[in-house]
Design a protein around this ligand. Structure first.
Ligand SMILES: [Zn+2]
Length: 431
């Protein structure tokens, strides 16, 4: 993983790039609040935790949904057939099984700009013996299905289009996502047939990927969800940086409104995800559980099944689902008419006040420290003998990234003073 730095973004309110030796980059997030947008609230309220969990259980019970080379397993075929039927039932008219790898997509067609779209994606296949590939990536797939459900039907309109993508054969090397990107990007914005006002591949305004969003039990992972569990929103800094950051900021801003307990973190460690297939062609973000996929011990394991996860884990994923629905509604200036939305279903955990929390994401060449406090916090990185290396002060939800080449691999102590509490944890930095 390369050592990535945030750039200079005027669009991030109060984002100040403070660096010591070019290393230490704290970020403050946009304080933009969504207020009074009834359509966003009503469309988001069409998602339910019950539907999200039912989809997770169905996918898990099917099995690992593996594709070997180009050959889908029986469970993969069953999953594709089931998902296609669900999308059909929701009323989408263009449900397509695409290409050699049998990825699925369908479209909410925009009323003003049907020739451009946002894409939201999770991969439907998995690996792991007798497991159910539930977190990886039944969770992202369930999120995409919930998004499709939220925008289904004529009562909802969007200015531009939204494409719901369930990529396939990801575990063989992002095969489905690569196939989609390579075969379809040249078709962008072309009206086909001419004069029909139909655009089989609208112009790509952005790609939002979800890969593993249920499990944040810390690093190293413990038996239960950590306080301050989060999902992390990585935006691409290789290309389309400004657009990628803009989408990420929108997700963060909406997250602040809808989630008190499960804060989203902004980060730049866009990893080995389907997003890679799109990042050179449009703004790209990728959403992952806060402590990173390597801190789910059930990843690619027999135990990645529905019964392994707790209500708190499901609530974390559902919170991300509602955030993505709300963000798409906002990005596409969606409206809702003639419909009586269900009462919003937020798990009780969402309304609990946030308490100070400190967590880490350690990756090759980079250590990210996520701090969350009501008031001001001070985060200090020290060597194990107590020598202060770097100290930074921030407020609210912040993440700090540190390239580890200069400090070297090894154990470090991170101390946070916030809201009258002192928290201290050791962290292993990797090179
Ligand atoms: Zn995955």
């Amino acid at each position: 993983m390369p050592n990535l730095k945030i750039g200079n973004q005027a669009s991030v309110a109060a984002a100040v790039a403070l660096t010591i030796g070019g290393l230490w980059t704290p970020r403050a997030f946009s304080q933009t609040k969504l207020t009074g947008n009834k359509a966003v609230v009503a469309i988001t309220a069409r998602t339910t935790l019950g539907n999200f969990k039912a989809t997770l259980k169905t996918l898990s019970d099917m099995g690992n949904r593996q594709v070997i080379d180009t050959v889908p397993s029986e469970s993969n075929k069953i999953a594709v057939a089931w998902l296609v039927k669900e999308l059909d039932t929701l009323g989408y008219r263009d449900v397509t099984i695409f290409g050699t790898y049998r990825s699925i997509y369908c479209t909410k067609v925009g009323t003003i700009s049907p020739d451009s779209m946002y894409m939201i994606c999770g991969h439907l296949d998995g690996v792991g013996g007798f497991g159910g590939a539930l977190d990886d990536d039944g969770s992202g797939t369930a999120l995409v299905l919930e998004c499709a459900r939220a925008f289904a039907g004529p009562a909802i309109t969007t200015r531009c289009s939204i494409r719901f993508i369930m990529s396939n054969a990801h575990e063989g090397g992002y095969c489905g996502a690569n196939e989609y990107s390579s075969k379809r990007r040249a078709l962008q914005g072309k009206e086909d047939p001419p004069g029909s006002k139909q655009y089989p591949e609208p112009v790509w305004l952005g790609f939002i990927n979800q890969d593993m969003i249920l499990y944040d039990h810390g690093s190293p992972p413990g038996p239960v969800q950590i306080p301050g569990a989060s999902t992390r929103i990585d935006y691409c800094t290789f290309s389309y940086t400004e657009g990628s950051l803009s989408i990420a900021n929108q997700l963060i801003a909406i997250d602040k409104v809808i989630s008190a307990t499960y804060p989203a973190e902004l980060a730049t460690s866009l990893g080995a995800f389907d997003a890679i297939a799109f990042m050179n062609y449009c703004p790209t973000v990728s959403v992952e559980e806060g402590s990173g996929y390597l801190n789910n011990p059930y990843h690619h394991d027999d135990a990645d099944v529905y019964a392994t996860y707790s209500e708190a884990d499901f609530a974390l994923g559902f919170c991300a689902t509602q955030r993505e629905v709300a963000t798409l509604a906002s990005l596409t200036q969606a409206t809702i008419t003639g419909d009586t939305p269900a009462k919003s279903e937020f798990p009780a955990a969402h309304t609990a006040p946030s308490s100070p929390s400190l967590s880490f994401l350690a990756r090759q060449h980079e250590l990210t420290i996520a701090a969350n406090s009501r008031g001001t916090h001070t985060v200090t990185l020290s060597s194990v003998d107590g020598t202060t290396i770097i100290s930074r002060t921030g407020q609210g939800r912040m993440s700090y990234s540190l390239g580890t080449e200069s400090i070297g691999a090894g154990l470090y102590v991170v101390t946070m003073n916030a809201d009258g509490n002192t928290m201290q944890k050791t962290v292993l930095a990797a090179r």
